[in-house]
Write a protein that binds this ligand. Structure first.
Ligand code: GDP
Ligand code: IMO
Ligand code: MG
Length: 426
C-alpha cells in the first residue's frame, strides 16, 4: 500500500505525527515538495522532534528517507537539521537527497526578505526562507540543482548564464548585493561538502527497485491544500504543490503508484501569515483555541490565527487534494468546549447568496460570512481514549457529521500529540 500524507488546510495540521505513525509500515519515505518553510513536530518516547526538510520517518532505523526532486533546499538549514539529529543519536544512514532538488541560494532568501518588507498590501507573510524566489528561478530555468555542485564544468557553464541575469535583477529591481562567480563557486564547494554523504545519484534504481520489490512507499507532503500554488488562496500561498497530485511530480513516480491519499486536518482551522480565512475567530473563543492547542509556528514562532472548522474549504480539499480518507487531529482541544461550530457554507453579504463550493477569487472573501451549524461538546478528557467506540457520543456524532458533509471517511482520529494518542477508525 503506497500512501500520500497531505495537509488539507493551511498547514500545521499535524501531518508529521501522521507521517511518523504511517512510516512504521513503510520502507521508503519521500518528501515531495516545499523546503524549510515547513515545521513538523513528532512526539515519540516522550521526546519532541522538530523537522523542516528531513522526512519524519527518519526516527525509525532501516527506512530510506528521500528528500525528493520537488523540494527546495537551503543548505545551511539542512546542515543545522542534520547536526540536531546527530546530537540526538538518530541514525541518518537511510537519508538521501535527490540530485534534482533545487538549491536555495543566498540571493533567494535576500529577495524573499526584501519582497516581504516592501510588499505593502501585497504582503504574503512568508517564512522568509527563500521558497518563492527559489521556485521562481527553477521555473525560469535559472536555478541550481544539487547535482550541479559535483560537476565543475556544468556549474561554471550554468553560472555564466545565471549570474548576469541574477545580478541585473538584484541590482536594478531590488537594490541588493550582487555576486561574483568566484564567490558563488566557493559557496558551492561548501555546499557540495554538506550534501556529499547524502546525495543519491542512483535515485533511478532506488525508485525502480522499490517498485519492483513491492516496497511500501510513503509520500510526505508539507504545507497544505489551501497553500497550494494552483488551488490554494492564491496569491496568499506557498510556491509548490502540496496536493496529492504533487507527490508524483516531486518524487519521480507516476500517479498509478499511489493507492491512498490521507488528508490531515485539525478539528478547527489555523493559518499563519496573511490571506483570507472566512471562519477566523478574532474573539475569546479563537484565543482559547490558540492557547489550548498551542498554536504557535514551529518555523517562525508566529502565533497562528485560529477559527472554526471550515467544511467549505475542506470539501474542496477532498476534491483537489485527491483525498481518499481524512486523519482528523487535535479534537482533544475541544474537550472543555460547551459547543463546537462547523462552517458549512459562506454567505455573500453583497447579494445574500450562499455558497457550499469554494469561491476561488479570494479578493471577494471580504464579503463572505461563515454559516455555522452548532454541535454540543462532550465535556470530558479524551486524550486517553484508544478505541473509536470509547469516544463520547457527542464527539462521535461530530465526527460522523463531518464525514457526511465531506463525503469522505475519517480513517484516523488523533487525540493528542504523542504517537500513542491515536485511534485508527477503519
Ligand atoms: P505539521 O506541520 O502538519 O506537521 O504540524 P505542526 O507540527 O506544525 O503542528 C501540529 C502541532 O500539533 C504539533 O505541536 C503537534 O505535536 C501537535 N499535535 C498533533 N496532533 C495532535 C493532537 O491530536 N492533539 C494535540 N493536542 N496536539 C497535536
Ligand atoms: P507545514 O509543512 C503553515 C505559509 C507562510 C505564508 C505562506 C507562504 O509546517 O505545514 P513561504 O515561506 O512558503 O513562501 O510562505 O505559506 N507557510 C506555512 N504555513 N505551515 C507550513 O508548513 C507553511 N509553510 C509555509 O506562513 O503564509
Ligand atoms: Mg508545521
Amino acid at each position: 500500500m503506497n500512501r500520500v500524507v497531505v495537509g488539507a488546510q493551511w498547514g500545521d495540521e499535524g501531518k508529521a505525527k501522521i507521517t511518523d505513525l504511517l512510516a512504521q509500515d513503510a520502507d521508503l519515505i519521500i518528501r515531495y515538495q516545499g523546503g524549510c518553510n515547513a515545521g513538523h513536530t513528532v512526539v515519540a518516547h516522550g521526546k519532541t522532534f522538530k523537522f523542516h526538510l528531513i522526512p519524519s520517518g527518519i526516527l525509525y532505523k532501516g527506512k530510506t528517507c528521500l528528500i525528493g526532486n520537488g523540494t527546495v533546499i537551503l543548505p545551511e538549514s539542512f546542515q543545522t537539521e542534520i547536526e540536531g539529529l546527530k546530537a540526538e543519536n538518530i541514525d541518518l544512514s537511510g537519508l538521501k537527497v535527490s540530485p534534482l532538488a533545487a538549491i536555495t541560494m543566498p540571493w533567494h532568501t535576500e529577495v524573499d526578505g526584501y519582497s516581504e518588507s516592501n510588499a505593502g498590501k501585497g504582503k504574503i507573510g512568508t517564512t522568509k526562507k527563500g521558497i518563492g524566489p527559489t521556485y521562481t528561478d527553477k521555473m525560469q530555468r535559472i536555478g541550481l540543482r544539487i547535482e550541479d555542485l559535483y560537476s565543475k564544468e556544468t556549474l561554471s557553464e550554468k553560472l555564466d548564464v545565471i549570474l548576469p541575469i541574477k545580478n541585473k535583477q538584484l541590482k536594478e529591481v531590488y537594490n541588493l548585493k550582487t555576486y561574483t562567480k568566484d564567490e558563488v563557486l566557493a559557496l558551492c564547494e561548501k555546499y557540495a561538502e554538506i550534501f556529499r554523504p547524502y546525495v543519491c545519484f542512483d535515485w533511478q534504481n532506488l525508485l525502480r527497485d522499490a517498485k519492483r520489490e513491492g516496497k511500501k512507499i510513503l509520500f510526505e507532503g508539507a504545507q497544505g491544500v489551501m497553500l497550494d500554488v494552483d488551488f490554494g488562496t492564491y496569491p496568499f500561498v506557498t510556491s509548490s504543490n502540496p496536493v496529492g497530485g504533487g507527490a508524483g511530480i516531486g518524487s519521480g513516480y507516476g500517479p498509478t503508484v499511489i493507492d491512498e491519499v490521507i488528508g490531515v486536518a485539525k478539528a478547527y482551522c489555523t493559518r499563519v501569515g496573511e490571506g483570507p480565512f472566512v471562519s477566523e475567530l478574532t474573539d475569546a473563543v479563537g484565543k482559547s483555541i490558540q492557547d489550548i492547542g498551542h498554536e504557535f509556528g514551529v518555523t517562525t514562532g508566529r502565533p497562528r490565527r485560529c477559527g472554526w472548522f471550515d467544511a467549505v474549504t475542506m470539501k474542496y480539499a477532498c476534491l483537489v487534494g485527491g483525498l481518499t480518507s481524512i486523519a482528523l487531529t487535535k479534537i482533544d482541544v475541544f474537550d472543555t468546549f460547551d459547543e463546537i461550530k462547523v462552517c458549512t457554507a459562506y454567505k455573500d453579504t453583497r447579494n445574500g447568496e450562499t455558497y457550499t463550493s469554494y469561491p476561488t477569487d479570494v479578493y471577494t472573501h471580504k464579503y463572505l460570512e461563515p454559516v455555522y451549524e452548532t454541535h454540543k461538546g462532550w465535556g470530558e478528557d479524551i486524550t486517553a481514549v484508544r478505541k473509536y467506540e470509547d469516544l463520547p457520543e457527542n464527539c462521535r456524532k461530530y465526527l460522523e457529521r463531518l464525514e457526511q458533509i465531506l463525503e469522505t471517511p475519517i480513517s484516523i482520529v488523533s487525540v493528542g500529540p504523542d504517537r500513542e494518542q491515536t485511534i485508527f477508525k477503519v
